[in-house]
Design a protein around this ligand. Structure first.
Ligand code: APR
Length: 236
């Protein structure tokens, strides 16, 4: 089991030009969660939901990984068994930085994939619109395809792996999340040591539970964080 868990959120991709959810002008200021990201919204509001994720997917095409993604990939490759990497992000910027599929866990799904609503097969469609892939129908069983995204109110199957990682790691590193969905303050209390990096304090996070907090852009904080992680690992 890994000693270090690196858990990221939208803030790590902000400097690559991907809009966060809850910062000013964030995605949830301009779209209603109930309309496009809640269990059942495909049935009640299918067109708008697909339009929203088609736009997010297309937006990814020209986005590039930043220094924070790249340094985390470097660390993961240097300490493959000692570091676990998980992200709430559905973008592919860690992959663009060189992370392989089995080296990262996307807790909330993956934007470039569609999933069959019946047989649950998963298809990588790149940056295409939902309808441009087999007219939005499953090539295996013909049923409707949906974004492979975890909506509010739906089960998040990868959370089991998060629980396991939290039970075994000794250092948690949290980067670029407001803590509104995952209770990172609680996670910090479960581990011996904890590091937080956000642009600014979040009302949903009590940073007094963290061993260290960096309030700075992720691309600026990441070199210090990498040093902290290496120091921690080399103490063993
Ligand atoms: N560097 C570091 N942190 C940053 C940066 C940056 N350049 N820019 C913004 N941040 C921080 C903000 O301070 C904020 O705390 O990133 C955080 C972004 O928070 P949210 O927009 O709430 O994103 P996140 O916490 O990842 O959202 C969790 O909510 O809607 C769901 O499923 C969606 O996975 C997402 C989940």
């Amino acid at each position: 089991m890994s000693k270090v868990l690196i858990l990221s959120g939208a803030g790590i991709s902000a400097e690559s030009g991907i809009t966060t959810f809850r910062d000013s002008d964030g995605l949830w200021e301009n779209h209603r969660i109930e309309d496009v990201c809640t269990a059942g919204c495909l049935e009640t509001n299918g067109e708008a939901t697909h339009k929203f994720y088609d736009a997010r997917r297309q937006d990814l095409q020209d986005k590039e990984a930043n220094y924070a993604h790249k340094l985390i990939v470097e660390l993961k490759h240097k300490y493959p068994d000692k570091i676990t990497v998980m992200t709430q992000n559905v973008d592919d910027l860690f992959e663009k930085a060189g992370m392989k599929e089995d080296e990262i866990i996307h807790l909330h799904g993956f934007l470039t994939q569609l999933r069959c609503t019946v047989c649950e097969n998963i298809y990588d469609i790149g940056y295409k619109k939902h309808n441009e892939y087999h007219n939005g129908n499953c090539p295996n069983c013909g049923a409707e395809l949906r974004p492979n995204i975890v909506f509010f109110g739906e089960a998040a199957p990868e959370y089991d792996k998060l629980t396991l990682a939290l039970n075994s790691c000794e250092l948690i590193v949290v980067i670029g999340t407001s803590g509104n969905v995952l209770d990172v303050t609680y996670f910090a209390q479960l581990t011996d040591r904890s590091i937080l990096n956000n642009l600014e304090p979040s009302p949903a996070i009590d940073d007094s539970y963290f061993t260290k907090a960096y309030y700075a852009k992720a691309t600026q904080a990441i070199a210090y964080i990498a040093e902290d992680i290496e120091e921690f690992l080399n103490d063993f």
